[in-house]
Write a protein that binds this ligand. Sequence first.
Ligand code: C2E
Ligand code: CA
Ligand code: CA
Length: 597
Amino acid sequence: MTALAYDVALAPEPADRRAHGATPAGGEAWALLEASGALAMWVDAQGRILEATETTADLLVYPLDYLRGASLLDLVALESRERVAQMLNGCAHDGAARRERVRMAGGIGGPDWIDLRVSQHTASNGARTLLLFGHDITDWVESQRELTERAFLDPLTGVGNRAYIRKRIEEYTSGQRLAQPGNAAGQGFALALMDLDGFKNINDSLGHEFGDALLKEVGARLQDTVRTRHSVARLGGDEFVLLLDGLASEADAVRILERVIHVCRQPFLLGGCHVRITTSIGLAYSAGAPQSESQWLRRADLAMYEAKALGKNRYCVYTSELDRRLDEQFRIEQSMFEAVQNGEFLLHYQPIVWPDSGKICAVEALMRWEHAGEAIRPDIFIPVAEKNGLIKHLGAWALRCACAQLAAWDAQGIHVGHMSVNVSAVQFLHPNFFDSVRAAIQDAGIGADRLVLEITESVLMTDPKAAEQLLLSLRALGIRFAVDDFGTGYSSLSYLRRFPLSALKVDRSFVADMIDSPHARTIVSAVLSLARELGLVAIAEGVETEAQGDLLAAQGCDLVQGWRYARALSPADFENSVLDGTLVMGQGEVFTQRVAA
Ligand code: C2E
Ligand code: CA
Ligand code: CA
């Protein structure tokens, strides 16, 4: 029995159950009820307790005298009161038994939860009462709650898991959350998906234990950083999600992300070492009720993908424009695989000419993709092919095709001095590159000295040592290199000496501006004299006007290329132009005219 003082004077008069004439049980049945250990009482339709067992009084930790005449509703927690009242009313009204899981009013120490059943009893004299029977289910409810909580927790970091995020988003989509008082600041809702940059490296170099420790620490930092109303979860691996609500605007969410990025950038102490990481975050924001969970994650994922593509260590916000662009990229990527099989890729050839005569010295092979009657520009599809790896196949194919074309023209008596082929960074760094170049020349049966590979400065600077080795071994075969888009990259002059290069291509942007801008003119003439100094052939690209061509010729540019002379042509158009005299083949070889300084 409870040790708490209890004011007996306040207790109602004990009711004589026999006097009620409504007692549903005889002496033996009553004893059975006492023995069951369960709650057993009978009440009227309003919940006034007419009688209860001793066991019930013990269970509820109230004196039996108090229970008699008290209202059942007063013993029930506020949140359950209405349902209990309805249950009693309903049963009194239609006589059908009912059952509810009821939370009891806390306080003196009885059970928190009772599984309560009610049924109607009609006494021999016709009086009706309600019989209540209940079990203590506190332990069961607690363990259920614990299980549920665990089902929503990431065991490693202690933050929420994917199921938790799903549940939270569902609460918003169903509107359950929006009306809550915590959301007074605003109705804005955002989902931020974040990924640790280079986490795999840490796992690989320091081991999984340290990787796990890092994830734990990141989880803890995130929880400290976002206010408690916002939720943190880990989706798996090194992917975390922040669910931000009650935002006044997108800028609110961005402020939180900036804090997150800052906090994650602080060094982590792992096994005595300071480890630094950065994060890439994608944000999906909505001013009103959010859409489905999958849509949210997809949007945040697209934005995160973009943040990574832009160089990591940053956040990106989802926009429908981003969606459209990525969708286009996706469609391009999908059709690209088929396009390779369907032979939708072709090479066109743009003449590279002597500036004084306009006669052809060489051609540059430029890739074309004709898809469903539409030409997709290389600026669009080459970056996609670089990302999905297809560039290795496309690049190798372009090399073979261009070399074979040169041989075919030789056979037709159209002598093109050399063939220039563009090489992307991904292709260049691939271990098979050397072999694919050698095979292309051998299969076509052309001299290696008639192939020029156009590479950009960034290709050389990614891994200068490896680049140098590769250039040297290809140069040993006789192959030459031109630096494409010169002037737009790193342009460290020392590397120009270091690599075995043969030509510089002055970027189109300088040529375009050289007539109007003295600044561009200075750059062009500087590049031309640099080329002369280093014994490199200078080629200006994107020459569109006579004035540009004349100026370049006057400044001693070796070769020019651009629409002023000819566009990139299909092999048939090229041949026809040569045959009808529109294009004239030049004499002489540009590289033999230059002697390296
Ligand atoms: P790039 O290597 O700088 O090629 C020159 C680009 O300038 C070509 O664009 C060419 O059509 C264009 N062009 C030529 N003359 C003029 C002119 O007078 N005015 C203007 N405005 N443009 C001119 P295209 O064919 O669209 O190629 C774009 C880029 O795609 C190329 O730039 C190159 O980086 C890449 N690319 C093309 N084919 C291949 C390829 O087979 N492999 C690789 N890796 N990249 C390629
Ligand atoms: Ca080029
Ligand atoms: Ca170029």
